[in-house]
Write a protein that binds this ligand. Structure first.
Ligand code: ZN
Ligand code: ZN
Length: 374
């Protein structure tokens, strides 16, 4: 197995080859944000003020959804401090950009900057990492999910991309609230509640039909767009003990105009090497990575990554493999033999006796607990 290195190890080797300006915040990114904000306001005004053909509303909903998603990408960048450095302004702009996706800046920075980036693909500590086979035994829900046929699970998980960001975000609020200093908690709550309060206010103002096209449908579309990227960021890569972005992250490629619309969000490996750098400069980082470690770097078209996600199960096995526990089908992960152009079964495994035992013990324990609970 290849030796792993931390993101700082790579960053230290790449930095000398980059121009100094790449480490400065790029305020001009806000013009893009302003354009999306104006588009959003124009969409709301059109839906609110005129009674139009529902097909026109539908078209506006798609524009709104695309704008919500793009503002989320910018919000991510802003809250990494790559647009403005002043803390209060960073948080205010981040809150506005994440308003449609209803995620507060304090929660986001804790969950994403301080946890996901620091512990990427760590089995226990990354809140965004997918579960391991061992965790399956402990979760009744997971065991139930994995009894369903693979094609059904794949379809359900793709449909659920349209709600996953919002659901995961509320889970994170619940998970991290107790870790905030009690004095800070009211502010964290406020940042979570205010966006929802405004969207519910809009419901009373617009009525349910207009609200569906102005907020609910765009929210589902935005969830789907951001999750198309997020689901491919790490889920085809292995679980790693050392946070090595070249091993545990994937950069996807999209047409140039999509990169422009989405603030280069596709460059995820580069982002994990330099989270404090504006994504405007990630093409330069990519050049350096490909020059220095071409054999370690993972990159593929977004569509191919999504197809690979569809075909592989989402449960880690031995850290480097993906397993469908129902049938014992084992697939490789990126860097360990997964060929995205030809996804094929690595082997079938009768899951080891020890693991089965653990699985059975947990099952019995859950049964006992359920009985006692009745
Ligand atoms: Zn990531
Ligand atoms: Zn980030």
């Amino acid at each position: 197995m290849k030796d792993l290195h931390s993101f700082a190890w790579y960053a230290a080797r790449i930095s000398p080859h980059l121009p100094k300006k790449v480490f400065k915040p790029v305020r001009a990114r806000l013009w893009g944000g302003l354009a999306y904000l104006l588009l959003t306001v124009a969409g709301f005004v059109t839906i609110g003020a005129f009674n139009l053909n529902p097909l026109i509303y539908l078209a506006i909903a798609f524009v709104l959804g695309a704008s919500f998603a793009a503002m989320g990408f910018l919000g991510h960048e802003i809250l990494h401090g790559t647009v403005v450095r002043t803390a209060w302004l960073r948080d205010l702009l981040g809150a506005i950009a994440f308003w449609p996706l209803t995620t507060g800046p304090k929660l986001w920075r804790k969950w994403h900057n301080l946890t996901h980036h620091v512990h990427t693909q760590h089995e226990e500590n990354d809140p965004d990492a997918w579960p391991t086979f061992e965790k399956l035994a402990k979760s009744k829900f997971l065991r139930w999910v994995y009894k369903l046929p693979h094609s059904f699970r794949a379809l359900a998980s793709f449909v659920s991309l349209s709600v996953q960001f919002t659901l995961h975000s509320s889970r994170m609020l619940h998970l991290y609230m107790k870790e905030f200093n009690p004095k800070k908690r009211p502010a964290v709550w406020l940042e979570a509640i205010l966006p929802w309060a405004s969207w519910i206010g809009l419901l009373f103002w617009f009525g349910p039909v207009k609200w569906f096209f102005a907020f609910l449908l765009p929210l589902l579309i935005a969830n789907f767009i951001v999750m198309m990227y997020i689901s491919t960021n790490h889920r085809l890569n292995p679980i790693t003990e050392i946070n090595d972005p070249l091993a545990n992250s994937l950069t996807v490629t999209v047409p140039k105009w999509v990169d422009v619309l989405h603030f280069n969000f596709s460059y995820h490996t580069e982002h994990h090497l330099f989270p404090g750098m504006s994504s405007k400069y990630y093409p330069l980082v990519k050049e350096q990575i490909k020059r220095m470690w071409p054999e370690r770097y993972h990159e593929m078209p977004l569509t191919q990554a999504l197809k690979a996600l569809w075909k592989t199960p989402r449960l880690y096995y031995n850290g480097e493999e993906l397993v469908d526990p129902h049938k014992g089908n084992v697939f490789a992960s990126l860097g360990h033999g997964l060929n995205p152009q030809d996804i094929s079964l690595k082997r079938k495994e009768m899951l080891s006796l020890e693991k089965r035992k653990l699985f059975e013990e947990e099952k019995q324990k859950v049964k006992r607990e359920n009985k006692e609970g009745v």
